[in-house]
Design a protein around this ligand. Sequence first.
Ligand SMILES: Nc1ncnc2c1ncn2[C@@H]1O[C@H](COP(=O)(O)OP(=O)(O)OP(=O)(O)O)[C@@H](O)[C@H]1O
Ligand SMILES: [Mg+2]
Length: 579
Amino acid sequence: MSIRRLPLELINRIAAGEVVERPASALKELIENSLDAGASQVSVRLYAGGLELIEVADDGSGMNPDEMHLALERHATSKLPGDVIDQVTSFGFRGEALPSIASVSRLTLESRVRGADGWRIEVDHGERVGEAPAALPPGTRIRVEGLFDKVPARRKFLRSPRAEYAACLDAVKRLAMARSDVGFALEHDGRRILTLQPAEPPARVAELLTHELDRHGIGIDCSRDGLRLTGVISLPTFNRGIADQQFLFVNSRPVKDRLLVGALRAAYRDLIARDRHPIAALFIDVPLDEVDVNVHPAKTEVRFRDPTAVRGLIIGGLRHALNEESQRSAAREQSAAPVMWVTSESYRPEPTLTTDISSVQDEQPILDPVTFVPQARAEPAVQAVPSYPLGVARGQVAATYIVAEAEDGLVIVDQHAAHERLVLERMRAAREGGVVARQVLLIPDVVELEEPDCDRLEAAAAELAEMGLDLERFGPTSMLVRTVPAALGKTDSAGLLADLAAEIAELGGPMSLRDKLDHVAATIACHGSVRAGRVLSVAEMNALLREMEVTPRSGQCNHGRPTWVKLAHADIERLFGRK
Ligand SMILES: Nc1ncnc2c1ncn2[C@@H]1O[C@H](COP(=O)(O)OP(=O)(O)OP(=O)(O)O)[C@@H](O)[C@H]1O
Ligand SMILES: [Mg+2]
């Protein structure tokens, strides 16, 4: 065996393997350099998703020719003046991005310091092939062409220009969110994609994600123990099918951290369905010695000295904000879309909402009698409507929806969703008050389950008991249920236990007791709720409405769907073309 030192070019290429994985990572490094150079405007041009060309131009400090040569050398950086790596505030500090990119592409570096002439250096796969004076405004312009053309191993792993473009766009967005005070422009294949003026962070985030956040977003601003959390999250009712719009910034650095995913999940637990995802852009500011940024060559990960504190801050801050917004629901805006309410020719407006059902029964039914028999004993609207926010019940539709009249409009409530929420909140309140009513089963239920599920339930027995569910192991594959939470009424214990076991398996990991209890309570609540299809008396309907009004978070069901919608009088008038 003979050990030898590798030639510099090979060293750079090996480093490039870590730093420059695809066009988007080269682009990210170049934009970060521009930002570190104090640019107030960064302009990006791409061709073929960056595979043919990546060009980044800035109006930052620029470099003189000597500095340009150094910049292309490995381990040359201007960013660690005191040689202290744990006090880094710049994006870069490793001094390897430029030489790495230059070793796997044709790179042209042009730069000009204010008050001096510009200079250009051309590098072809690590080899300097030319330099000359260059004409450009003060700042720096870097062109990267044919990235990985001569690195077949890497080329093989690249995706289509489309996919590479998507990754580039994501990189630009993350940095543009991180630095809203800087203007950005992006062009792809000659088309202008983004033009961003300097802005405040919330406006920048809304511009890059969706302006809907103005209406459906909640601003976050809280601090604890020297950590500060700001940003915006979406209302639970405004969610997405994939978790592609969740961004975390630590001291302005965009990072990809599993911690965010978990913390968001915990914060929205029981407000949003498991397969739906909130939108979030969260900015954490921590003292420099609380975080290590040098854990990944691409600098996309950080390590917190105290991750639990960060997680706690995110979950606590978000839950607090969500609670405050709990009565607000995106429902009203959603339902206002007239298309859901439009009456076709064969579908005349339903006249029974405010009339006693008996008076219309002998008329020709207007709606399909099989699927849509009106069930309500409705209240004639003769008296003035008392000013309850959710109104007084006027009837029930399809044994599923309560129709109520409020002072300012028509309210429709999904009875199952609403009741589920109420049961959950009731259980939660009881738990917090320390008194959980339990219902003792005269004959304990024996429930058969798989052994691992029994193990899980047995391990969680103490927490479950706290919610009024007393369980005992009863042999390897069965559990004994002695009491159930009184809030539930009559329950199918087998179904409940199976769901709970699945729930606990899914939650796994280290979770706070509180989070766990919340989640488990949601599962229990779902079992104990009034099902769609149950006919309710007017008194029951009104009781439900009144309880919703005083219950926190009653605007959404445990899966993040709205529990009620309101059509304001103006909306109704619009539907009938009166406005
Ligand atoms: N757009 C730019 N404007 C001004 N100076 C630049 C620019 N890009 C690079 N430089 C200079 O070149 C040096 C090397 O850049 P390079 O990206 O290789 O390393 P770095 O940014 O210091 O660290 P890292 O490898 O972590 O990015 C920088 O430290 C900076 O001084
Ligand atoms: Mg850099």
